[in-house]
Write a protein of this length. Structure first.
Length: 66
């Protein structure tokens, strides 16, 4: 029996890849406060829920424009 789980925290590379953006764009989003991150030890990790919230915000903005 295999149980798959979705990670709660993602590396910067994995988070950027999941959004389909390059690292530079991802860092801009992070620095603008669009995404939530936490630090564990020396690692900076992205909260997965913040990625989902960000995409939902984009979808909502897109609906207002069209």
């Amino acid at each position: 029996m295999t149980t798959e789980h979705t990670p709660l925290l993602l590396s910067l590379n994995d988070a950027a890849q999941s959004l389909g953006v390059c690292r530079a764009t991802f860092y801009k989003l992070l620095n603008q406060g669009c995404l939530e991150s936490v630090k564990i030890g020396t690692r900076r990790l992205i909260v997965q829920d913040s990625l989902i919230t960000y995409v939902e915000t984009l979808k909502h903005k897109d609906r207002k424009i069209t």
